[in-house]
Design a protein around this ligand. Structure first.
Ligand SMILES: *Cc1c(COP(=O)(O)O)cnc(C)c1O
Length: 384
């Protein structure tokens, strides 16, 4: 069987350093486990290049800790980490659809990937792809309970389960759902979804099935809805040390990543001199600006223009003028020891920092997930 999965042809930017802290990841994993019953399984969600950190490095670190599953978004990510995971299972969250190649379905079965299914057509397609093989595909039925994304309606789920029991190449390994509002302070809607899910489970007597894994909770539900843990929790963001409401946290999480770039030039601007595209900023005093080699092409977004900070030594320096494609200028007037070659922090691993993921997400009006998944893949990774 041939299936081509391209390895990266990307070069590395050795001047941009993403530090990954292994012990922080493992501590977060243990802290999360501490909130669950000992028998609850833990699925580490590492889609989107391990939340931007680097999926293969994250697998290598987390597999040393108590992880039962790695969850990825698609078959390409699953194939990319398959040789690294050892005994840990891989769950693919994107449901199998009939646009999958038959090779991809065969690969999933041979490698033992657990795959989501949301329709009888997809189930029949899997059976057809595997019919002349002895391979069995482990499937998890994803139930739509109110998220309004992918999943099978509760009423049809029963039919799907019945059908699985008639197929020789498919095995029911799990049933799950996903919450749309578990990160909100008001959990009324999440509880409604939970009740919908429980109805499906009880109508099919699934809670009594030892070999069918029931799972629903993402990081937010893992933290806020212990009644939604079931057999396994699926945690992404919390493992990387960030959550939606740090003020409500009952455990200590440590950010697992810091991003740094060097100062490559120092400019002395006279009072009144404009800085950057569009002259959106003019020096209101004699100003020293430091140029750093990162811009919107590195997902250091334009919305950070005149607003975000970087950390220089122990001080914070504000972005001056517009972020350009590959360069940004920061104000080091009050940081006299700033020098060319010195590394400054773009994203800090201190939650209180002015350039924490929390602060950057706030400026960009987004969530921590998007800040993390925007980390440039071509920046050097340094594993500590
Ligand atoms: C991404 C994802 C998760 C993990 O979400 P976090 O908020 O990062 O914990 C869990 N389940 C599903 C289905 C997901 O798509």
């Amino acid at each position: 069987m041939t299936m081509q999965f391209q390895t990266s042809s990307q070069f590395t930017r050795y001047d941009q350093k993403v530090h990954i802290y292994s012990q922080a990841l493992l501590n977060n994993l243990n802290a999360v486990r501490g909130l669950c019953k000992p028998e609850t399984k833990l699925c580490a969600v590492i889609k989107a290049n391990g939340y931007g950190h680097d999926i293969r490095e994250i697998v290598n670190i987390l597999k040393k800790g108590p992880v039962d599953f790695f969850a990825v978004a698609n078959v390409y990510e699953a194939a990319f980490i398959a040789d690294l995971v050892g005994d840990t299972k891989i769950l693919i969250l994107e449901p199998i659809h009939t646009a999958y190649s038959s090779d991809a379905v065969k690969l999933c079965a041979q490698k033992g990937f657990h795959c989501a299914i949301v329709s009888t057509q997809a189930l029949q397609f899997v059976q057809d792809c595997l019919k002349n093989t002895n391979d069995k595909l482990n499937v998890h039925i994803k139930v739509e309970t109110g998220m309004g994304r992918c999943g099978i309606d509760a009423k049809k789920a029963a039919q799907l389960i019945k059908k699985i029991r008639t197929l020789s190449n498919v095995c029911l390994a799990g049933v799950y759902t996903h919450f749309s509002t578990a990160a909100e302070k008001n959990l009324t809607y999440a509880s409604y979804q939970l009740e919908n899910f429980k109805k499906v489970l009880s109508s099919q007597s699934l809670l009594a099935c030892k070999d069918v894994l029931i799972h629903a909770a993402n990081s937010a539900a893992m933290l806020n809805m212990p009644e939604a843990h079931f057999d396994m929790v699926r945690c992404g963001i919390a493992l990387f040390g960030w959550v939606e409401h740090p003020d409500l946290l009952k455990i200590k999480l440590q950010p697992a990543m810091k991003f740094e770039v060097p100062i490559v030039q120092l400019n002395h601007y006279k009072k009144g001199q404009p800085i950057g595209y569009g002259r959106t900023f003019s020096a209101w005093r004699d100003t020293v600006g430091a140029i750093v080699p990162i811009g919107y092409a590195d997902n250091y977004w334009r919305v950070y223009s005149n607003s975000a900070f970087m950390k220089v030594g122990d001080s914070f320096a504000q972005v001056l003028g517009r972020v350009s494609m590959d360069k940004t200028i920061i104000d080091v007037t009050d940081i006299p020891n700033a020098e060319i070659g010195q590394y400054v922090t773009v994203i800090d691993n201190d939650p209180q920092s002015q350039c924490s993921v929390y602060r950057l997400a706030e400026i960009a009006d987004t969530i921590c997930h998007e800040v993390l998944t925007s980390l440039p893949a071509r920046a050097l990774r340094i594993i500590h």
